[in-house]
Ligand binder design. Structure first.
Ligand code: BGC
Ligand code: MG
Length: 530
């Protein structure tokens, strides 16, 4: 099946600004830090679009995912002028800039919420979700916050509970109120007018809830005491993916469509584990796919197995309409580092997969260096999710600062870094990896170079192939008379591949030399030109 749509060749790179590059020595990455690294992103690495995690004014209870002013830059990250300069310098280099849109909730410090909590008759009362306690004083229903505990907090002043899908400092907006939707579109307009190229929507599924706020049913698969951040005691049946979700998202998509060439990518974890494809398909179907696409996170914690990956991707590619842009997400600021989850050798195989599939590839900052999870002591914990959930390591390990060289603090900051650098930063840094032909960074660079040169990789069709070896996943990408075959050895043993000659290998993840019949090295991925 043809799979050609990819938002005009977009290759995304997610920047977690706190940890990317600090320009002023306060130990926290900032916008000027990002601007100073645009040449790295465009010329050295070879991506063409960045997505910046939140840099808006925020009390930082959830490190910026609790916004107190959607149209201002938090001083820790710089100023609005710094952002304008970043944007202008990026555009000068033909780099597009997408920004995070935290639409489900604000901070409790947002003026809207401050007004809303004043009294029950305040005009902004209905901008959030307030309910009376049950007769026994307990919360209105059994919904839980994603970060642990009840999703409701009692507010003494007006003696009602307010709803928060995340921290108590992140009250949910009431998207059923048209005034909220209008205000949020005004936020989009502010940034579109400045020239941003699109948005990543944060937790969009939560903006529509069951109108009756019914109790969530118990999760029969829940294992108490598990450390898994996504093992929930309740099924998330009524608190998200409500009846108006697509209507509200389509409203945003239409709005963005008016601004030609802009896009939105939606954070989406399937509500239907049995048929994730059906869930994604609903998204594409309901929200204009010309401007919008959900991330596909099906592989983000799938066991590393050739047949499992092949089956998942085949079924997704097969069911998707050619005009839908796929965005396979393999890592982000909320999930374990790829190199920790799979090990560094397999992370190289995954790099080849991620950068040769159809659609919009995405790299989370630091994954190009094969960064592993940082080791964070209890005293160094910063993530409120971890602090609230004893035993859960939280998301700090995947948020440690990038190292740019092997000097003090890896060149990330001249001050005290907000999270410690990884122990191996002396070798796992940009400058050292640039000098090492075999480095992860150079593999990413080679793969991206190839993607830029090859229409087959950028916009070609996808066809899975039978490799007669259950440890080797293979597929063909084809455009006009250019065909590339990708073969990925998911195992740590050598694997023969029948009927394939090694003469035309254009790239090997191991820089291995092959002659004659092909036997892939452990974890090796190759691209063959037919
Ligand atoms: C973001 C998280 C954030 C949460 C609440 C998400 O899914 O990716 O980092 O904590 O939304 O905004
Ligand atoms: Mg700083």
């Amino acid at each position: 099946m043809e799979r050609t749509a990819n938002f005009n060749g977009m290759i995304l790179y997610q920047i977690y600004p706190r940890s990317f590059k600090d320009s002023n020595g306060d130990g926290v990455g900032d916008l000027n830090g990002v601007t100073s690294k645009l040449d790295y992103l465009k010329d050295t690495l070879g991506i063409n679009t960045v997505w910046l995690s939140p840099f808006y004014k925020s009390p930082m209870a959830d490190f910026g995912y609790d916004v107190s002013d959607y149209c201002a830059v938090d001083p820790i990250f710089g100023t609005l002028d710094d952002f304008k300069r970043l944007l202008q310098q990026a555009h000068q280099r033909n780099l597009r800039v997408m920004i995070d849109f935290v639409l489900n909730h604000t901070s409790i410090e947002h003026p809207w919420f401050k007004e809303s909590r004043q009294d029950k008759t305040n005009p902004k009362r209905d901008w959030y979700i307030w309910r009376d306690a049950k007769p026994d004083g307990s919360p209105p229903n059994n919904w839980r916050s994603s970060f642990g505990g009840s999703a409701w907090t009692f507010d003494e002043a007006t003696r009602q509970y307010y709803l928060h899908s995340f921290l108590a400092q992140q009250p949910d907006l009431n998207w059923d109120n048209p005034a909220v939707r209008a205000a949020m579109k005004a936020v989009l307009k502010f940034w579109l007018d400045l020239g941003v190229d699109g948005f990543r929507l944060d937790s969009p599924a939560a903006i529509s809830k069951d109108p009756d706020l019914r109790d969530n049913p118990p999760n029969p698969k829940y294992k108490p005491g598990t450390n898994d951040q996504f093992s929930e005691p309740l099924l998330l049946e009524y608190n998200e993916n409500g009846p108006h979700l697509f209507e509200y998202l389509e409203e945003l998509a239409e709005f963005i469509k008016e601004n030609h060439g802009r896009h939105m990518v939606l954070e989406a974890y399937p509500d239907d584990a049995k048929s994730p494809t059906r869930y994604y398909d609903k998204f594409y179907h309901a929200v204009d796919p010309v401007v919008s696409a959900p991330f596909n996170f099906e592989m983000i914690d799938k066991p590393w197995q050739a047949t499992a990956y092949q089956k998942t991707i085949d079924s997704f590619e097969h069911d998707m309409h050619p005009d839908y842009s796929t965005v396979y997400g393999f890592g982000n600021h909320d999930r374990s580092r790829i190199a920790t989850r799979l090990g560094r050798p397999a992370a190289r195989t995954l790099a080849m997969l991620a950068l040769t599939l159809p659609g919009v590839p995405i790299i989370y900052n630091g994954d190009e260096l094969a960064m592993v999870n940082g080791k964070i002591s209890k005293a160094q914990l910063r993530d409120p999710f971890a602090i609230n959930t004893p035993g859960f390591p939280g998301r700090d390990p995947e948020r440690t600062p990038l190292a740019w060289n092997n000097g003090k603090n890896g060149g990330f900051t001249t001050g005290q870094p907000w999270l410690p650098l990884n122990q191996d930063f002396a070798t796992c840094n940009v400058a050292s990896q640039l000098k090492d032909e075999n480095s992860s960074l150079n593999l990413y660079r080679e793969l991206l170079k190839l993607r830029h040169k090859s229409k087959a990789l950028a916009i070609g069709t996808y066809k899975s192939i039978d490799t007669h070896n259950c440890d080797v996943y293979g597929y063909e990408r084809k455009f006009e008379n250019e065909t590339l075959t990708v073969l990925l050895n998911f195992s740590d043993k050598p694997q023969p591949v029948e009927n394939v000659s090694s003469d035309k290998i254009v790239l090997s993840t191991q820089q291995a030399k092959h002659t004659g019949k092909l036997t892939l090295k452990p974890h090796e991925g190759v691209i063959i030109k037919n």
